[in-house]
Design a protein around this ligand. Structure first.
Ligand code: ZN
Length: 438
């Protein structure tokens, strides 16, 4: 393509923000942009459909509480419900000064996506283009030149109606750059000539490994130093977060995420994992408020109906619970089993599970919280009971320790054990025979 049409406005590059000095306290390298697409790509999870009100609530929390840079909230021309949700979010964003951070996905469809998005009140579009020769030829049945004409028509339509282009997706870029690099490089060069400033490198099928991401992102950056690149990673091999790290180390300007890693097939890169990984392993600053990540995760889990795995990093229910007695012992002595992932960082607290792996330190931790002091012999007998219950697959809660200690007929020191005189568990205490939902 020749000179860019004058009507197309160049996109402000994320690189502009990189000149901001890093926080001297944290000594982080330049900031990296996070674009969260829970409400667009994340909603492509089977059986998930957010209501308009849920979409608005999630968008608000993403932008105002957790603080990602931008959100992609819908695909153009999907449904009447999608239009209502987009209108609701756009109206709120316009009234609260957030409209420039809200984006919608549009397609190369001779301006129909542009009209649809513009009518909702959203002012920024991401355009989907084919990032591999196979997709271009076999799905669209077009040559690269023909596809570029489509793209140019969409960009001109956007410019005509005042819809700003945020970026262009190179769908299936990961396979394109491996199998048809000339196609990808020519497409990207033409996009730059069309005035596109930001390009999304999509690992649409999650096929890349970190070393490949680093190699191919570096190649794109070297070849197009004036463009801003963002990685759109999927998790088909469980490598989405690692691939985001590789991209960050290769100098990418932004990353795409979804809350709880929602998305088609194995999902997308998980916002909580990526935000925390960036800070701890890539030393790249983000705008994310870590203490709000769990609340956002819970909101999306409720709205989507997709529960978060108990062991999901950062946001899983049990990820700050030590189970092995030796871990509790090490923590009590010198915080030997603590890491940079301190629960307080995420407004959470450390817990110690009770069961067959419990040790004396785990038990003492809970007894202290209950105000119970036992002799060493009584403590050993209580531990035996806890371990036996764990062996029998019977979960033990902290509250159960009161009754278990009483079975030994040893009085508690401050009455916190309930103090029943006949040796029975205190009134109102749940019977131990009932398994508990822990
Ligand atoms: Zn995707």
């Amino acid at each position: 393509m020749s000179a860019p049409p004058r009507s197309i406005r160049p996109v402000p590059s994320a690189r502009g923000r990189e000149s901001a000095p890093p926080s001297p306290r944290l000594a982080l390298r330049p900031r990296i942009a996070l674009m969260d697409t829970t409400l667009r790509d994340g909603e492509q999870t089977p059986d998930v459909a957010f209501s308009s009100e849920e979409k608005l609530r999630i968008a608000r929390m993403l932008l105002c509480d957790v603080g990602v840079d931008r959100v992609e909230v819908c695909s153009a021309r999907v449904s009447a419900g999608e239009r209502r949700a987009a209108e609701l979010i756009a109206a709120w964003a316009a009234s609260s000064g957030q409209l420039g951070r809200v984006e919608a996905l549009g397609f190369c469809d001779d301006g129909r996506s542009v009209d649809w998005i513009r009518a909702t009140g959203i002012v920024r579009m991401n355009l989907l283009a084919k990032g591999s020769e196979r997709h271009c030829h076999l799905q669209l049945g077009l040559s690269l030149a023909q596809h570029l004409q489509q793209i140019a028509r969409s960009l001109e339509a956007a410019s005509r109606t005042g819809l700003e282009l945020s970026g262009v997706y190179l769908e299936d870029w990961s396979r394109g750059i491996r199998e048809s690099p000339e196609y990808v490089l020519e497409l990207t060069q033409s996009l730059a000539e069309l005035g596109v400033g930001r390009v999304y490198l999509a690992d649409t099928l999650g096929v890349l490994a970190p070393a490949q991401v680093r190699k191919y992102v570096s190649r794109m950056r070297r070849r197009f130093p004036g463009l801003s690149f963002e990685l759109h990673a999927h998790d088909d091999y469980g490598l989405a977060t690692a691939n985001c790290l590789a991209a960050a180390l290769a100098g990418v300007d932004g990353l795409h995420t979804t809350v709880n890693g929602l998305g088609e097939r194995a999902g997308n890169a998980c916002l909580a994992e990526v935000a925390v990984m960036l800070r701890d392993h890539a030393r790249r600053a983000t705008s994310v408020t870590e203490t709000r990540l769990l609340e956002l995760s819970e909101l999306v889990a409720r709205a989507s109906g997709c529960a978060v795995a108990h062991h999901a990093p950062i946001i899983g229910r049990h990820v700050f619970t030590q189970t092995a007695g030796i871990h509790a012992d090490g923590d009590a002595k010198a915080e030997l089993y603590c890491s940079a992932l301190a629960p307080e960082r995420f407004a959470r607290s450390r817990a110690y599970a009770l069961g067959k792996l419990s040790g004396q330190s785990s038990l003492e931790h809970h007894l202290r919280a209950l105000g119970i002091l036992l002799s060493p012999a009584a403590l050993a007998r209580l531990l035996e009971r806890v371990v036996a219950l764990g062996d029998a697959k019977r979960p033990v809660r902290r509250e159960d320790l009161v009754a278990l200690a009483q079975q030994d007929e040893l009085p508690a020191q401050d009455g916190a054990s309930g103090g029943s005189e006949n040796g029975h568990p205190p009134l109102g205490h749940p019977p131990l025979e009932q398994p508990h939902d822990t």
